[in-house]
Design a protein around this ligand. Structure first.
Ligand code: 1GP
Length: 244
């Protein structure tokens, strides 16, 4: 039985860095699915995240089942599949876990608590491992889907003290992860200085994603203090991204 969060904590203790490939079911070409899964298998990914701000398709479950059919991959064992939902309609008990997100950078009650209240009875019916996550949107130079859909303002990327305060409040509220998000397809990723300062000021693992477009960006985020980096668009655009 996998325990996703314990494994993240163990990796943090050993300073082993983690990598999630984010799959947005709306953006996948079904004909390429087998190839995509084999590319993930041959990548350094440690997790698969599935979700998006607006997932309208019903292929979410199909996708999870397909990925699981291909497991275990190359002797590494199956990668944990973690839902990264934009709203409660993206819950499937076919996955292994869920980032139970609260958008703590924003002041929209729907994304702070309303969706979570609606999701609770659905989650109670599943075996999903629930990982409460303080989700912090950082200004990235363009208006990303998270900002548009959640109707919240990202935090000023230069106001590091306020970002630290927000992350600390998230930790004090009992979140198990802090996720610094620039937004999918962001023009600019989360500044390294922000990653560094937040990592220094919280104890729980730090996830970073949005706008990271090359391997150097991943490395720099790790060196700044990210425990887990999320790659979506760059892999979507180029399945050979990890073979650079
Ligand atoms: C988005 O952090 C993820 O929620 C990944 O972003 O698509 O820009 O890699 P990208």
């Amino acid at each position: 039985m996998i325990n996703i969060y314990n494994d993240i904590l163990k990796a943090k203790t050993k300073n082993q860095k983690l990598l999630a490939i984010l799959l947005d079911p709306d953006k996948l070409v079904l004909e390429n699915l087998d190839l995509l899964i084999s590319k993930i298998n041959n990548s350094p990914a440690t997790h698969i995240f599935i979700g998006g701000s607006v997932v309208t398709t019903t292929i979410l479950e199909y996708l999870i089942i397909k990925i699981k059919q291909f497991s275990p991959f190359g002797g590494r064992g199956a990668l944990p599949i973690v839902l990264f939902p934009g709203n409660p309609s993206q819950i499937s008990d076919k996955a292994d876990g869920i980032l139970f997100l609260s958008l703590i950078s924003g002041r929209n009650p729907d994304y702070l608590i309303e969706h979570q209240v609606n999701a609770a009875p659905i989650l109670k019916q599943t075996q999903l491992e629930i990982i409460s996550t303080g989700y912090i949107l950082i200004e990235s130079g363009n208006k990303t889907a998270v900002e548009r859909v959640s109707k919240t303002k990202p935090l000023d990327r230069n106001n590091i003290d306020y970002i630290i305060q927000t992350a600390q409040a998230g930790e004090m509220l009992g979140n198990k992860l802090i996720y610094l998000e620039a937004g999918s397809g962001a023009n600019q990723p989360v500044p390294l200085e922000v990653i560094k300062k937040v990592a220094q000021n919280i104890e729980i693992p730090l996830v970073v994603g949005g706008g990271i477009v090359d391997l150097q960006g991943i490395k720099d985020s790790y060196n700044a203090g990210a425990d887990l980096v999320v790659i979506g668009t760059a892999f979507e655009n180029d399945m050979n991204f990890f073979n650079q």
